[in-house]
Design a protein around this ligand. Structure first.
Ligand SMILES: [Zn+2]
Length: 331
């Protein structure tokens, strides 16, 4: 039995037909975890769908009504890059409920993983890039409205920049990150500006990739094409240390995208499966060392072989088990 909960529903499947976004990955992840005895049935908990009023803590009533009534324009549907149906809306509401539940459980158990979610390209007024509802932004706003947390930090390691997250929570005026050799410590002004925010956003992503307009996060790290494990891990360590020096969150939302993988069809970074597991461990150790609860969402993953996407996502569970089990053993 795991020392934390995995949030999952068989209704996470998105009925979007033949698509580069393999919406059956959620089921395959669960099956792998059970087959390999990483998890047993009692480790899984099922979410309730997020309510309209919860979703409207982030999205405009106008947009939510269009989703509910099937009133998106053809252009809006095209921008989403997945076909609209009420079943797809229901699935996004369930992923969002899953992120709310994972955030709540993280406060109890130090960590919790939503085996879904991570829809960081959803904006208050529109969806894009396979993302209809910004599940973890809603989760943050719901927990704040319940007085469960005050401040949160998002750590987005999907290969694509978290543009929706950046807009929803507003960025600081800090310049985007540059290559490690040119890295400079944050200025004092950045510290005070960031401290005034209630959500601090970090995004590590490939610079030359979607989205081509990147609204500023609190910290953006624009990585070069082909960036490998060592360079990536150094950048992540740097961004986490810098962010956690400037800002003390009550919750970390870790977006554990599988698409920085070197064989991803929509990514151009060079990480290995082992490097991605080290990435997960780095985030979990940073959270644990500071006693900050961490909730995880999965976001993208479009490897040539779906088994690789599944392995990368399952490794996130293994990494959490190793880091938090070891901590439990130490008491
Ligand atoms: Zn992505």
């Amino acid at each position: 039995m795991l020392p934390f909960k995995l949030v999952y529903s068989e209704k996470y499947y998105l009925p979007i037909g033949q698509h580069i976004f393999r919406a059956d990955k959620y089921r395959l992840i669960r099956e792998w975890l059970l087959r390999e005895h990483v998890a047993d049935e009692s480790d899984f908990i099922a979410p309730e769908p997020a309510t309209d009023s919860e979703v409207m803590l982030v999205h405009s009533p106008h947009y939510v009504n269009k989703l509910m009534e099937g009133a998106l324009s053809a252009r809006e549907e095209l921008q989403m890059e997945i076909p609209y149906s009420s079943q797809v809306v229901d699935a996004f509401l369930l992923h969002t409920g899953g992120s709310i539940l994972a955030a709540e459980r993280a406060l109890e158990d130090r960590v919790s993983i939503n085996l879904g979610g991570g829809f960081h390209h959803a904006f208050p007024e529109h969806g894009e890039g396979f993302c209809m509802i910004h599940d973890f932004a809603v989760a943050i706003r719901v927990l704040q409205s319940r007085d469960r947390i005050g401040r949160a930090m998002t750590v987005d390691c999907d290969v694509h920049q978290g543009n929706g997250t950046a807009v929803i929570f507003g960025g600081s005026s800090r310049a985007p990150g540059t290559l490690p050799s040119a890295a400079a410590p944050p200025s004092r002004e950045t510290v005070s500006q960031s401290a005034a925010k209630d959500v601090f956003t970090i995004s590590l992503h490939q610079e030359h990739n979607y989205p081509y307009t990147k609204p500023p996060s609190s910290i953006d790290v624009n990585l070069p094409d082909g960036c490998g494990d060592a360079e990536y891990l150094a950048w992540l360590d740097n961004a986490l240390s810098s962010g956690l020096r400037q800002f003390e969150p009550d919750l970390i939302c870790y977006v554990a995208g599988a698409d920085p993988f070197r064989e991803d069809q929509l990514g151009g970074l060079g990480l290995t499966i082992e490097g991605l597991k080290q990435r997960d461990e780095l985030v979990f150790r940073a959270a644990l060392a500071r006693n900050i609860p961490v909730m995880v969402t999965y976001a993208g993953g479009y490897a040539n072989r779906v088994e690789d996407t599944v392995a990368i996502h399952c490794n996130t569970v293994l990494a959490a088990a190793e880091v938090f089990d070891a901590a439990a053993a130490r008491g």
